[in-house]
Structures are given as C-alpha cells and as structure tokens.
Design a protein around this ligand. Structure first.
Ligand SMILES: C[S@@+](CC[C@H](N)C(=O)[O-])C[C@H]1O[C@@H](n2cnc3c(N)ncnc32)[C@H](O)[C@@H]1O
Length: 259
C-alpha cells in the first residue's frame, strides 16, 4: 500500500498520528474482557516488568499497569505516546513510561513479559522485529494479531474497483512461520474478538473505505462506494457497522531462550 501511494499505507507514524484520537476513543477501556489481557494476567504479577511494543493509546498498558511493577510502552507515533501519558496520569498509574520511536530503532531494557498487539502486519522486516522482541524479553512474549488478513473485508471492493485481486496481507500463520525460521516455537491460540468498527455515517464509511482501497476522491467514486456500502454495512443506532460482531484473532506465545 505504501509503495503504491507513499504515506497512504498504515505503516508510518504520520498515519497513526492523524488517527490517534479516533483510535483512542474506539479502544479505551476495551482491554477488559479481551482474551489477550486474561492470558497475560496469568503470567504477570506485582513484581513483573512489562514491555508493550506498538502500545498505541495504551489499552493493554493501562489495563496491566495497576497489577505489575512497571510498563514500558513503545510506539512510533508521538501523538499515541501523548494520549497514553495523559490517560496514565488520569488513571493515577505512575509506573508507565512511554518511549517514542519505531521498535526497530529504540533501545529499551529487557522486561519479564512483552506484548505486541496488532502491530506486526504493519512491519516490513517481521523477522528483525520479532528477533528483537525475543531478545528484549525474559520470560513470556505475546504477539496478538488478526487471524484474518486485514484485506479480507476490503477484498470484494478492491476487486470491484481495481478489477483484480489484491495480494493478501500477512496473518498469524506467517508470523508463526517467521518465528519458526528464527528457531522459536510459539504456541498459538485462536480466539474471537469483538469488532468495534463504527462509522458515523455512510459518507464517513465511504471516506474510510476509499482511503484503504486507494481510490481517487471523485464524486462518482464516493457515490458508488456509498451505494455498495449501504448493502454491506448495518445501521446500528446512529452509526454503521460491518455485519460481523466478532472476528478471529490469534495469540502467539513463547518463552524466550534464557540468555
Ligand atoms: C493498530 S495500532 C495497535 C495499538 C495497540 N497495540 C492496541 O492493540 O490497541 C498499531 C500501533 O502500532 C504502532 N506502530 C506501527 N509500527 C510500529 C513500529 N515499527 N514500532 C513501534 N510502533 C509501531 C502505531 O503507531 C500504532 O500506534
């Protein structure tokens, strides 16, 4: 995506800076009841140091902070870091430290438990990224990502407008393969997570889909997308949502080799 339209894909800090507030509003408080949180809590206690890579506005960092010794939250987007610090202050969590920068570039101390949620498919060098995660974690590493390629939703629309399939994006199976190539045998648990995407209007939905489909902004494209989306999205109160309440996600977990 980013090669087709530089800056148009979801890989850079600019992309996440401009969406940080909306993302924070959508994800705040959603870690409660999330399968990853339950899984991490089983291995994290009052003396545990945590690392959250690609923490975003911190739904997992903030939920874990009251139960652990310290959380280091790394994110490439400065706006995400600012939002996380304000939320930690509001929650009275003084044990959260933010680090701004790409995981590939930052230097942080090793932590007992590392999590990385919904970040890996955005990363070009998955092997380097995972090797660093493995090296920076003592006891348990968790990588969380969709079990569907992110393109699964957009694929029929992509075919409609571009007349050909899009190369599918990576899923947890690719992540498990990359880990295996690194000599890491991860256990995999497939879980169901709630779909929280909500669009304020059909026009807002068309805007969002137009961006992810890399379509030129013309009145005709907007009209056509609105027409297609009105048959796909479901009106839910005064918002619109995809017709799926949950989607599968995968938790990859391993214990790094002692160093
Ligand atoms: C989909 S959000 C996930 C946020 C959070 N982990 C969650 O599950 O709610 C992806 C986040 O990863 C960050 N990110 C993307 N690539 C990164 C990288 N190479 N290093 C650090 N953070 C990165 C983005 O800035 C964004 O905040």
């Amino acid at each position: 995506m980013d090669r087709l339209i530089p800056g148009g894909g979801s890989v850079g800090a600019d992309y996440w800076n401009s969406r940080a507030r909306r993302f924070a509003a959508r994800t705040a408080g959603t870690a409660a009841g999330d399968p990853l949180l339950a899984r991490v809590r089983r291995v994290a206690g009052a003396r545990t140091t945590m690392l959250d890579v690609g923490a975003g506005p911190g739904r997992f960092s903030l939920a874990l902070a009251p139960r652990v010794a310290h959380v280091v939250a790394v994110d490439a987007s400065p706006t995400m870091g600012t939002l996380l610090r304000s939320a930690a202050r509001r929650a009275g969590s003084a044990n959260v430290t933010t680090v701004t920068g790409r995981w590939e570039d930052v230097e942080v101390e090793r932590a007992d438990v590392a999590i990385c949620s919904y970040v890996l498919p955005l990363v070009e060098d998955a092997a380097g990224f995972l090797a660093k995660l493995d090296a920076t974690c003592r006891n348990h590493a968790f990588v969380y990502l969709s079990a569907l390629s992110a393109d699964a939703f957009a694929d029929p629309f992509w075919r409609h407008f571009h007349g050909k399939p899009r190369q599918p994006g990576p899923t947890y199976l690719d992540a498990a393969d990359v880990l295996a190539e690194l000599g890491v045998k991860a256990d995999v648990e497939v879980v169901e997570v709630r779909v929280r995407t909500r669009h304020q209007s059909l026009a807002a939905a068309a805007h969002s889909y137009r961006e992810s489909l890399l379509l030129t902004d013309t009145a005709e494209v907007r009209r056509e997308l609105r027409g297609l989306l009105s048959g796909w999205l479901i009106a839910d109160g005064d918002t619109w949502r995809p017709p799926l309440r949950t989607t599968p996600a995968a938790i990859l977990h391993w214990s790094p080799t002692p160093r």
